[in-house]
Design a protein around this ligand. Structure first.
Ligand SMILES: *Cc1c(COP(=O)(O)O)cnc(C)c1O
Length: 419
């Protein structure tokens, strides 16, 4: 019951077997999984998917594994929240928030990609898995790898958020902090991957890993009642997620699972301090110019994005746009979502919310439109990004008089319901 046929060069279509390969040795472009869509079409219906497990594995026919999954049984099928309060504040008719920061083992969308990559790693016979990470991937490989019984080597830049380090270490991997930024870590991991026979989820397993991101797009379409939304705003680090959301919608369209054609405009959200993809889109440039990241959105701090070119391409093809926001706007985005919807997202989510606001102000998203905002990670992991810009506690003694001094000092007596 497997429909993945092999890997293909993204540029020339040259075919490769289903092994731990990731770059075409002739044209040097990335490899991508391809499928027997005619075969899938014969077996995959809306009804079959709806009866499937409430996890990413309900879309198993469209994922690149041959054997049984080894993890990810509680990954995916996260809420699509209709965000009416946020819509009102942003001045747009309809907003949905696709919330991957909850219902996931490690509270980010990375659980999707890791579940697919580790299932493939087992099929390919790897005993050790590894990754280069901006934080969330580290958490996810550490956790899923523990469950599935892999040795784990995790490489991160030395200056990540405290919680992201702790939320890797608790699963007891070999956590290696590299004195450099993500791009340095990634380059080193490329070298290590060519010497050690390890399954690097985002290096030699990248063609399988990245396919996991499609499930984010599949779920949006299914949860909207089998249709694609008018706009999706997605954050970009390496540019893989945004590219694969688009691929997911196009696959559903091709398989005739949607009620109409895909007219979704894809919009790229990045922090000003690391916006190589958004910059290329806004300048209408074909070239992704690498940058040296400096931003509080550390999960998006990839200065030389592996899929930047493809991300820019699908944004253009879809008729979408791009935005970039400052650290201050990221903090405001986090607070806006918390205040309106009661959802606490990490810095990447702050980027996406703040970029959505900019895209509405610029007219790229119209006031009568419908937009889905991609929330990819949980605010508890990046507390230091906002600790200085939120309110303060109200300390009192354990007495009524002490409490009432606070109440009487408050200018909002009627608002808090004091008679
Ligand atoms: C990794 C990550 C992204 C971006 O992923 P890419 O596929 O590399 O573009 C977005 N948000 C969060 C929270 C992440 O951890």
């Amino acid at each position: 019951m497997s429909f993945v046929l092999g890997l293909k060069s993204k540029e020339t279509g040259r075919e490769y077997p289903k092994k731990a390969l990731y770059v075409c040795e002739y044209d040097f472009s990335p490899l991508e999984a391809f499928y027997d869509y005619d075969g899938i079409k014969k077996v995959l219906t809306r009804e079959k998917i709806e009866k499937g497990p409430k996890s990413i594995w309900r879309y198993r026919e469209l994922l690149p594994i041959d054997g049984d999954p080894v993890t990810g049984f509680h990954t995916g099928f996260t809420p699509l929240v209709k965000a009416n309060n946020l819509a009102r504040e942003l001045g747009v008719r309809t907003v949905y928030v696709k919330d991957d920061s909850v219902c996931h083992p490690t509270f980010s969308f990375k659980d999707r990609v890791v579940a697919v990559a580790l299932s493939k790693a087992r099929e390919l016979g790897f005993k050790t898995v590894a990754c280069a990470s901006t934080g969330n991937l580290a958490n996810s490989v550490s956790a899923h790898g523990a469950f599935a019984g892999f040795e784990r080597y995790i490489f991160i830049p030395h200056d990540l958020e405290k919680t992201k380090i702790l939320a890797s270490l608790v699963y007891n991997p070999h956590l290696v902090t590299v004195n450099g930024n993500y791009d340095d870590v990634n380059r080193l991991c490329g070298e290590i991957a060519s010497k050690y026979n390890w399954g690097f989820v985002n290096v030699n397993l990248r063609p399988y890993y990245s396919e996991g991101s499609k499930t984010f797009g599949f779920e949006i379409a299914e949860q909207l009642g089998w249709r694609a939304p008018q706009h999706i705003v997605a954050p970009a680090a390496s540019g893989s997620l945004i590219t694969k959301i688009w691929k997911a919608l196009k696959e559903f369209e091709q398989l005739e699972l949607l009620s109409g054609p895909v007219k979704t405009k894809m919009h790229c959200a990045q922090p000003e301090g690391c916006a190589p993809i958004s910059t290329a889109i806004l300048n209408n440039s074909d070239f992704i110019k690498p940058v040296k990241p400096k931003t509080i959105a550390k999960s998006l701090a990839i200065g030389n994005p592996a899929d930047g070119y493809y991300a820019k391409d699908i944004v253009k093809k879809s008729g979408g746009s791009a935005a970039m926001v400052s650290d201050y706007e990221i903090q405001e985005g986090i607070k806006l979502l918390a205040r309106t919807e009661g959802i606490f997202t990490e810095t990447a989510g702050g980027v996406t919310v703040a970029c959505t606001k900019k895209l509405i102000l610029s007219g790229a998203i119209g006031p009568d439109d419908e937009v889905v905002i991609a929330l990819t990670g949980n605010g508890m992991k990046t507390q230091e990004a906002i600790q200085d810009v939120i309110g303060d506690v109200i300390p009192i003694e354990p007495t009524m008089s002490s409490f009432e001094r606070v109440i009487n000092a408050s200018a909002h007596k009627s608002a808090i319901g004091v008679r």
